[in-house]
Design a protein around this ligand. Sequence first.
Ligand code: FAD
Ligand code: NAG
Ligand code: NAG
Ligand code: NAG
Ligand code: NAG
Ligand code: NAG
Ligand code: NAG
Ligand code: NAG
Length: 583
Amino acid sequence: MLPLSAICLLLSAAQVRGIAPAQDATYDYIVVGGGAAGLVVGDRLSEAGHSVLLVERGPVSSGRWIPDAATAQMPFDNWRPEWLRGTNLTRFDVPGLAQYFWSSQANITCVDQPENPAACVLGGSTAVNSALWWRPPAKDFDDNGYPEGWNSVDMRDAIERAFTRMPATDRPSPDGTLYSPEGYNLVSAALAKAGWTNVTANQTPDEKNRTFSYANYHYRFGYRNGPMDTYLQTASARSNFALWTDTDVRRVVRDGGRVTGIEIEGTGRVVNVTSGTGRVVLSAGYFGTPKILLRSGIGPEDQLKVVAGSPTDGATFIKQAQWLPLPVGKNLKDHQVTDFQISHPSVKNYDWSNSIWANPVKSDLDQYLQNRSGMLAGPPNNHGPTRTNADFEKVAWETLEGSLFSDGTPRQIQWTTRIQNPGPPNNLLTLTSFVGRGSSTVGSLAINSNMTMSYADIPYFQTEDDRKAAVISGERMIAALKVNPEITFVKPAPDQTVADYVNSVPTNVVSRRGLHLMGTARMGTNNNNEAVVDSDAKVYGTENLFVVDASILPGMVTANPTGAIFSVAEKAVERILKLSSRG
Ligand SMILES: Cc1cc2nc3c(=O)[nH]c(=O)nc-3n(C[C@H](O)[C@H](O)[C@H](O)COP(=O)(O)OP(=O)(O)OC[C@H]3O[C@@H](n4cnc5c(N)ncnc54)[C@H](O)[C@@H]3O)c2cc1C
Ligand SMILES: *[C@@H]1O[C@H](CO)[C@@H](O)[C@H](O)[C@H]1NC(C)=O
Ligand SMILES: *[C@@H]1O[C@H](CO)[C@@H](O)[C@H](O)[C@H]1NC(C)=O
Ligand SMILES: *[C@@H]1O[C@H](CO)[C@@H](O)[C@H](O)[C@H]1NC(C)=O
Ligand SMILES: *[C@@H]1O[C@H](CO)[C@@H](O)[C@H](O)[C@H]1NC(C)=O
Ligand SMILES: *[C@@H]1O[C@H](CO)[C@@H](O)[C@H](O)[C@H]1NC(C)=O
Ligand SMILES: *[C@@H]1O[C@H](CO)[C@@H](O)[C@H](O)[C@H]1NC(C)=O
Ligand SMILES: *[C@@H]1O[C@H](CO)[C@@H](O)[C@H](O)[C@H]1NC(C)=O
């Protein structure tokens, strides 16, 4: 752990004015969670002049927030490789180190959801993700179960704000070169020949049917450049913004529909919001937020009973008369994934996952350290479809029309590719299909009596329609790739049908997850008690409790979700600020 003295040093550093709050300090807004959405919310609320306390459970990640990072001891040993010593960077800042997440997750992932590798550090999963950054297409709002006020026309300015703050690039290396383009070249050439259209995805976000693109990222200047380098920078320059890291919020303190403050795990300390007008915004992510809601007496009765009967919370849990029965944890969505695989002599592996830490390629390292350019300035790999292990890059999208499915709902497919693990024959390319918008709920979250969160109702591909979407998209992709006779098909094997192959892949989480979970505190009209928050992101039945993060997105999106999550956060803040101060 970061020694306490280092935390105090951090919080009194010039950039971060907020000190751990004084005993009696109150705040207009307390934002819980410093991830994708929370950093947007904290910045925009403080920009509007309100006093804001942002409470993040994890440690600092980016070197930007570690005072004297070049010489300081890191919070944990796995925060930076030797070759970054003397710089102001950690693993979280260097694009090429993203893949190392799959080799070393200690003290990064959240201990209370062991099934899922989300990051509980400052920045949330944006500290470790692949920085794929897509402007959401109109249909992600218009055809996805949002209430009035959240259509694509309503979202336009919010999306613009997010993409102005964090611009997208398809040239991650500042020298403008595309490194290691073999995978992109192979697949895109075949798709072009098969009649798919070459687009620059973020210029034409609505063209998502038989299109392909270079991948778009929010990398900049050779750095990750996520919300910690943008939103948090402006927020922390304001005297009315305070950040408290290494602090786990246990629950909100509430009396009926009125929330008076938050309670910190461990110490039991309470921090109040401004009396009468203050508000709490939960931005703790798709499982962190439901957990806090459940521990605050908000959720399905069976789940609240687990909390009420738990050794940790039972004795002090809010009285049953005050429970609010909302569908917290339901409607868990994810991209549902199937890996296909081909091989081709042009595909060359690069060892992103292991030697990158201890022994990176010398010329690539020199190029990064001297010029912040080259292989390490981009994701593993830079662009287009080349990647080891479990990170992804975009190739293509296809929209399958509703008439193909018994429920009449179109299914949106996204294709990404990656180079397979190191080792002979080193020329395998995996193509991953994500069944997205239009697909079914995969399950719900459940709280255990030890306050861990687990999945219920998983496996993936529970409906025949979703399975069919994976089969049809696979058949079409393979047909397209067959224009190149040099491509060898590995999965499915040449003598196996696509349907047989898709059905042979296990439907468990590890084999089929997209790492894009959402929907567990969904926004909506509450006619059938199917939503948790209203169109102002306010929790039903409360006066001043809000949720702004991936949990409120009602339906799965087209592409990797942060573009949509940041846009939703921008919009939600705009609406929250317009609400009258009481209620
Ligand atoms: C390995 C990986 C790769 C990914 N790649 C991409 C990609 O390339 N592009 C893309 O668009 N998406 C990607 N994603 C998904 C994306 O990162 C997430 O969807 C997004 O970060 C979710 O945003 P959020 O604000 O809802 O939650 P998070 O970003 O997870 O933030 C939640 C924050 O709340 C904090 N918190 C939780 N509980 C508490 C508590 N009780 N008290 C205080 N703080 C708390 C957490 O520590 C965390 O910092 C990836 C995800 C992973 C795991
Ligand atoms: C928070 O407010 C409550 C009243 O709502 C009060 O009893 C309590 O002392 C306050 N706590 C702090 C730490 O200010
Ligand atoms: C590191 O320092 C350089 C030069 O001062 C600066 O431009 C860059 O933004 C810093 N990066 C981080 C992640 O702090
Ligand atoms: C993770 O944290 C624990 C507890 O502080 C520490 O003992 C361990 O060395 C850390 N692991 C790494 C890889 O840094
Ligand atoms: C697609 O368009 C981009 C940008 O114009 C171009 O660089 C790339 O080579 C094109 N790809 C194919 C396969 O034509
Ligand atoms: C860094 O950039 C300069 C200027 O383009 C170039 O001369 C030098 O070779 C680069 N260094 C490395 C290690 O690539
Ligand atoms: C996608 O494009 C294909 C080929 O042009 C077309 O047949 C199909 O109807 C389109 N899908 C949708 C949902 O428009
Ligand atoms: C918590 O409880 C769940 C469900 O009973 C169990 O699977 C898990 O191992 C427990 N975790 C810990 C850390 O005790």
